[in-house]
Design a protein around this ligand. Structure first.
Ligand SMILES: Nc1nc2c(ncn2[C@@H]2O[C@H](COP(=O)(O)OP(=O)(O)OP(=O)(O)O)[C@@H](O)[C@H]2O)c(=O)[nH]1
Ligand SMILES: Nc1nc2c(ncn2[C@@H]2O[C@H](COP(=O)(O)OP(=O)(O)OP(=O)(O)O)[C@@H](O)[C@H]2O)c(=O)[nH]1
Length: 437
């Protein structure tokens, strides 16, 4: 199920990043370290009372050279667009300011739930400073201190109280959910429209809006799909539309509920830094991934162009070696017919379950052919392997010492598994556990 999003807004210097860091603490959701994927203070997965949610610090969104007042408004708009609940942060030592009222008016018009955090109330004897802020008209006002952690619990209780109820899966288990992600202008919407316009595709539902993306259900060769177009909600002309962090956030949310992620690149422009980031998150999300090189019609090519581009993709996205690369044109629909069959294939691979005996044979062969290197006279020994989950396939290796399974040997084993089984398009998670655990 999709996780809720909470945004912190407020004028500069009220303590947004202090509160953000305090709320996130050490609970930063990193599955693995990926070289080249930078982490910034914009958004983090965090949790309160076992409800996980994304926290956005809108102050961390770089809006370039815009005047402060414009930035503040844009940040509030992002919060309104993206968040399920908004924490409106004010400074308890300043009283209500004109800028606070300006933000309050915008938030009110959005009809989103707003919780007011009156920050810098470092001591109970400052609580009377809080009352002034009831005049903002949001009802709930909490005196807090980012510096000391005071009052945060009560405020968070109020925040999660506004989360939508944990609903069951919206779609059938067998429905394949496709998220289309990529930086602005690569052709995401065009691709979605092209797919939905294909001859043998039957759009089975009027497009309905779920949260912030437009989902469309369709059927192709007796398989049901939902395609999530993250560009569907775009509002042209906003400053933030072009900001990189914003599109990464949107991609992140779309991937939450997807089985297969299409990372769309612009074949005409080549690979940019932002593409790498988005792809990095796709890998981390643990979904099946296909790299779609769009606008291939606009590329001047000879018989080597495709191979060269593929090589570049492999170089730039080393963590995504498992993802098939498709070249196509949403505009002319050339090569588009390969897309859905590939989606179906990688979705199946994502759910592949390998019988334990065959799995162990493959691992044993791999070890015999190339034993793990010794380290301080110790060598990794693998006693037994078993697949514990699908989507993505997750394999536990019972070993003498988990510390001895290093990156290169892990890579080697993963490659052997990929040679033996149909794991194309899906990440594989290998977990080492001590034998007797
Ligand atoms: N006394 C006190 N100071 C605080 C508290 N929270 C933050 N501050 C201070 O307020 C200042 C601004 O804090 P930030 O967290 O950087 O504020 P911000 O809202 O993220 O600021 P921008 O990045 O400019 O938007 C810093 O000097 C903090 O140390 C608090 O609870 N009590
Ligand atoms: N030549 C060519 N142009 C394309 C193709 N696909 C999309 N375009 C053009 O690229 C531009 C952007 O396409 P969109 O589909 O709006 O891109 P998007 O990724 O949804 O853009 P955002 O909503 O900004 O994220 C439009 O002018 C399209 O006509 C293609 O296959 N070939």
């Amino acid at each position: 199920m999709t996780k809720s999003v909470v945004a912190i807004v407020g004028r500069p210097n009220v303590g947004k990043s202090t509160i953000f860091n305090r709320m996130v603490g050490e609970r930063v959701a990193i599955v693995e370290d990926i070289p080249g994927v930078t982490r910034d203070r914009l958004y983090r997965l965090t949790e309160w009372l076992h409800r996980e949610f994304y926290l956005i610090d809108t102050g961390g969104i770089d809006l370039g050279e815009e005047p402060l007042r414009v930035q503040m408004r844009e940040q509030a708009e992002i919060a309104i667009d993206e968040a399920d609940v908004i924490i409106f942060l004010v400074n308890g030592r300043d009283g209500v300011t004109g800028a606070d009222r300006e933000i309050a008016d915008m938030l009110r018009r959005s009809n989103k739930p707003v919780v007011v955090g009156v920050n810098k109330i470092d001591h109970p004897n400052m609580e009377e400073n809080v009352y002034d802020f009831y005049s903002l008209g949001f009802g709930e006002v909490f005196g807090i201190s980012g510096a000391h952690g005071r009052g945060l619990g009560d405020m968070l209780d109020a925040v999660i109280h506004h989360f939508p109820d944990e609903e069951s899966e919206e779609y059938d288990e067998d429905t394949i959910r496709i998220a289309v992600i990529g930086r602005p202008n690569v052709g995401k919407s065009s691709l979605v429209n092209a797919v939905l316009g294909e001859e043998r595709v039957i759009v089975s539902d009027i497009p309905g809006t779920t949260r912030d993306a437009v989902d469309t259900m369709f059927e192709f060769e007796d398989q049901e799909y939902v395609i999530i177009d993250t560009a569907g909600m775009r509002k042209k002309g906003k400053v933030y539309e072009s900001t990189e962090k914003y599109s990464v956030l949107r991609a992140l949310k779309a991937m939450e509920s997807a089985d297969v992620v299409l990372v769309v690149l612009n074949g005409e422009e080549g690979i940019r830094e932002q593409d790498k980031r988005i792809a990095g998150y796709a890998h981390e999300a643990g979904r099946a991934v296909i790299i779609v090189v769009n606008k291939w019609d606009a590329v001047e090519k000879d018989h080597q162009t495709m191979a060269k581009f593929t090589e570049k993709v492999r170089q730039e996205f080393q963590f995504l070696t498992y993802a098939p690369v498709l070249f196509l044109s949403a505009k002319t629909k050339s090569r588009l017919q390969h897309l859905l069959p590939t989606v179906k294939q990688v979705a199946d691979n994502h759910h592949l379950r390998v019988p334990t005996n065959v799995l162990n044979d493959v691992i044993l062969d791999a070890v015999v052919m190339n034993p793990a290197p010794t380290e301080n006279n110790k060598r990794l020994r693998i006693n037994y392997a078993t697949q514990v989950a699908v989507a993505p396939p997750t394999i536990v290796l019972f070993v003498n010492d988990p510390e001895l399974l290093h990156f290169s040997y892990r890579r080697y084993l993963e490659n052997k598994l990929r040679e033996a089984f149909h794991f194309e398009g899906t990440p594989i998670r290998l977990i080492a556990r001590k034998k007797n655990d």
